[in-house]
Design a protein around this ligand. Structure first.
Ligand code: GAP
Length: 491
């Protein structure tokens, strides 16, 4: 990361704390690594992102319904899904510093250094070799690659490495109060993805909501991963939230739906008003154990292009595995007519295309997109500055700030009336204290798209001043138009 990007990133992290978006977890005890709490504006923003995603999936798609499954699941779920055997990352330790690295992160950091030094070809070759070795699970080859490239530990500066080994990322805990000689008997996992809650409920949902293929099941909720190295603030956490949708399709049509969801999901991002130039697709070379085809939607964070969402063609892997382990039939009867045979498609295990986005990662994306330290040139030739969050209005924590110019002369009463009119429809903020400029700056810093000021003229002609966050333009409009103007901007 260049020093400017590093500074921007640090400024975003500090801003998030100072303005009540994100706090380190249990901070009075010095925090807990890679676990964070969301403050007043953060929890509001997070909820708005979740609601916006939920609406786009379950309200705007008539063939997608939602569920809310438990975090704890029967332990066999994770045996069947392959997570017990395969959900691991290769790690390596530096013997001198004892610092632990995820192998792909260690190599990627070196590739980034090569790129910064202008060696684009070296970067390309290194990443290509790494992808191939990871795909083949060739740990000897990966260690050789680290040694050949003279990759050293950032703390000790040495290349004194252990062998590479696998590390399972699932957290386990004990269930119930019954003691057992074998701790495995009571072992349950904290789910590492929400998707399995959808798969095991496939028949419950299909039957009760009378869904016909193709259809989707959406879910948001917490997931837990014991990440080897958690870093970059809320980008990689040990407790985080996912927004996932499994789309069940007829075998043979998965290619079409994979393309469909790849495009639909990118459009969801750019429809928020975030520039398409900040996004790119990254096709996976090393596929997760369940995937047949997969890509990431990457966003250009201050620390470079990184994954924010995954689109995965999961075939019939998960439902077939659950069928096998539960010994229950998990199939769908398709009574549509197959034109080639003239008969109904009949019984089959549906194929699945999954869209999976991290809510916390999307939150960081929104902050990265929104944060600006702006210099304002004034008419008298002097300049001023402000920190503003250009959060898309539909997800902004507060939509409208209502600010009476003074605390007297009946202005607060008019402002309170406007509050009462608007607050059932969207989140409003009321403030009387401090100079108006100061109040505007505070709203800029938390991303409130609209501020209205009630002044003495309001009493005479029922007009107010509305100030637009991004342009800072101000205009006088009728008091009676405020609610509809804000509503139109947040649809
Ligand atoms: N069900 C598929 C699945 O879980 P994934 O690519 O492992 O796929 C999906 O995760 C998304 O979840 C990622 O694109 C990312 O946004 C988010 N995510 C994964 N691990 C995370 C972590 N440790 N912290 C924050 N978000 C994470």
């Amino acid at each position: 990361m260049s020093s400017t990007s590093e500074n921007t990133f640090q400024a975003i992290v500090s801003h998030a704390k100072e303005y009540g978006f994100v706090f380190p977890s249990s901070e009075i005890y010095d925090g807990l690594s890679a676990v964070y709490d969301y403050g007043p504006y953060g929890s509001e923003l997070k909820k708005n992102i979740r609601d916006h995603w939920w609406k786009s999936m379950t309200q705007l798609h008539e063939n997608i319904v939602g569920i809310d499954a438990a975090i704890f699941m029967h332990p066999t779920t994770w045996k069947a899904s392959g997570h017990v055997d395969n959900f691991s990352d290769p790690l390596i330790d530096n013997k001198d510093s004892k610092k632990r690295y995820r192998v792909d992160h260690l190599i990627e950091a070196h590739a980034e250094k090569l790129a910064l030094a202008g060696d684009k070809e070296g970067e390309f070759d290194l990443l290509k070799n790494m992808d191939e070795l990871l795909k083949a699970d060739d740990f000897v080859g990966l260690k050789q690659l680290i040694e050949d490239n003279k990759i050293v530990c950032s703390v000790s500066g040495t290349g004194n490495w252990t062998e590479i080994r696998q590390f399972n990322l699932m957290f386990a805990t004990e269930f119930g109060a019954i003691a057992s000689d074998n701790p495995e008997d009571n072992k349950v996992y904290l789910r590492p993805e929400t998707a399995q809650g959808i798969f095991v409920n496939f028949l419950n949902v299909q039957k009760t909501a009378r869904m016909k293929i193709p259809f989707g099941i959406a879910q948001t909720g917490k997931a837990f991963r014991n990440e080897i190295v958690a870093r970059q603030f809320i980008f990689r956490m040990r407790e985080f939230e996912q927004m996932e949708m499994q789309f069940f399709v007829r075998p043979g049509t998965q290619g079409h739906w994979y393309q469909y969801w790849k495009e639909a999901r990118l459009k969801w991002h750019t429809d928020l008003g975030i520039s398409a130039a900040k996004y790119r697709y990254h096709d996976h070379v090393k596929l997760a154990h369940y995937a047949k085809e997969a890509c990431d939607i990457e966003f250009e964070f201050p620390f470079g292009f990184k994954e924010v969402e995954g689109i995965h063609s999961r075939s019939d892997f998960d439902l077939t595995q659950h069928q096998l382990y539960s010994k229950k039939k998990i199939q769908y009867y398709d009574n549509d007519i197959d034109e080639t045979t003239g008969k109904a498609f009949g019984n089959y295990v549906p194929y699945v295309v999954e869209t999976s986005i991290g809510l916390d990662r999307m939150f960081l994306l929104v902050l990265s997109h929104a944060y600006e330290e702006e210099t304002i040139q004034k008419e008298d030739g002097t300049s001023d500055s402000r920190v503003v969050l250009h959060i898309p209005p539909v997800i902004a924590p507060n939509k409208l700030a209502i600010l009476p110019l003074t605390k007297k002369d009946g202005l607060p009463e008019i402002a309170r009336e406007l509050m009462d009119e608007c607050k059932p429809y969207f989140k409003c903020f009321y403030e009387e204290k401090d100079a108006i400029g100061k109040r505007y700056r505070r709203q800029d810093a938390i991303g409130t798209p609209f501020c209205v000021t009630i002044d003495h003229q309001t009493k005479e002609d029922q007009t107010i001043t509305i100030r637009y966050r991004d342009s800072m333009l101000q205009e006088r409009i009728s008091l009676s138009m405020v609610k509809s103007l804000v509503l139109a901007a947040i649809q």
